[in-house]
Design a protein around this ligand. Structure first.
Ligand code: TYM
Length: 331
């Protein structure tokens, strides 16, 4: 793992709430798929989760649960590193160094800060500088590729910008990372409001499908997904956002093209189409739930601990270079 011969991947997930189908189809499925080709590091970003109001006991427990779901969906601790961001304090150190060279104008453009504060989050410094910590996460491991969903595009741009600024000023230390964003299902939408993305912070549970939901819950949620009154199944994000979302979900789960699905379901009626979507989602998630329920919390903790030690070694090597280049080399 540490002797890097393959390009490196880094990605992260906030341990807040449950892991849902959006994150899975947008990102986590790729985390599992890319393990053979890349050197892969996956982080449960608990420091990021502190930027909105939270309960310490819930955060502590959510870190284990998040790791459990990731392992269950195929993140393999023998092939990937998987640990909590807070296990490696250099994330925060590098964030400070990058923050010292981040123009406020860059952060003022961030749509997630505006969205989150508009929805009631308190506009604190951590939330404002969230993208700088995310850039530090990625650059600390000198990652080349970042598998994420569409909502992280702007953050990846900031990371590239900061890497370039750093390299220009202090020397070529960081590769300029690229996002790895799927073509279908990069933005899975809410089942109750299909013009908003599916999100773990949505208070309406019916708006999402969690990866460990029971089959009958999955079917019920898909059956009651908000659609429209025109009975034709066709892809039209503007006029038929609910049906388009279900088509994307089905396409992502089956590998069939949207056109191919439309050929089959255009005139079957929504009931039959929704049941078919439910069938494929249930089939996709069943092995995840089964693997999740068989995992032991103690084993998961041991994985996080052991991975964190390896991650810390890699981070220390980058920080030696960064400290030397920026004039704060340790005596
Ligand atoms: P987070 O925890 O919100 O989401 C984790 C991953 O899931 C993707 N995702 C979605 N994809 C498609 N449709 C959706 N409805 C959907 N909802 C979530 C996200 O795009 C993400 O890839 N800022 C990040 C965490 C982070 C990070 C990093 C990621 C911190 N540092 C460094 C990559 C690299 C976040 O809040 O993800």
């Amino acid at each position: 793992m540490a002797d890097q011969t393959r390009p490196r991947i880094f990605s992260g997930v906030q341990p807040t709430g449950n892991m849902h189908l959006g994150g899975y189809l947008g990102a986590f499925r790729n985390w599992a798929r890319l393990q053979d080709e890349y050197d892969t590091i996956y982080c449960i970003v608990d420091l990021h989760a502190m930027t909105v109001e939270y309960d310490p006991a819930e955060l502590a427990a959510a870190r284990i649960e998040t790791a459990k779901v990731l392992i269950a969906l195929g993140v393999d601790p023998d092939r990937s590193l998987l640990y909590n961001q807070s296990q490696v304090p250099e994330h925060a150190e590098l964030a400070w160094i990058l923050g010292a060279m981040t123009p406020m104008g860059v952060l003022n453009r961030m749509t997630q800060f505006k969205d989150k504060t508009a929805r009631g989050a308190s506009p604190n410094l951590g939330l404002y500088s969230y993208p700088v910590l995310m850039a530090a996460d990625i650059l600390l491991y000198r990652a080349n590729l970042v598998p994420v969903g569409d909502d992280q595009r702007q953050h990846i741009e900031v990371t590239r910008d900061l890497a370039e600024r750093f390299n220009n000023r202090f020397g070529e230390i960081f590769p300029i990372p690229e996002g790895y964003i799927p073509e279908t299902s990069a933005r899975v939408m809410s089942l109750t409001n299909p013009t908003d993305k599916m999100s773990k912070s949505d208070p309406q549970e019916k708006s999402r499908i969690d990866l460990t939901d029971e089959p009958d819950v999955i079917r019920k949620r898909i059956r009651s997904a908000v659609t429209d009154s025109d009975p034709e199944v066709r892809f039209d994000r503007e006029d038929k956002p609910g049906i388009s979302n279900l088509l994307e979900i089905m396409s992502a789960c089956t590998g069939r093209s949207i056109d191919n699905l439309v050929d089959e379901y255009a005139h079957t009626g929504y009931g039959i189409f929704k049941d078919a979507v439910a069938d494929v989602v249930i089939e996709e998630l069943a092995p995840i739930k089964e693997a999740h329920d068989a995992l032991d919390d103690g084993d998961v903790r041991a994985v996080l601990h052991a991975s964190g030690i390896k991650g810390a070694e890699m981070a220390a090597a980058t920080m030696d270079l960064v400290r030397a280049a920026t004039g704060v080399k340790r005596f």
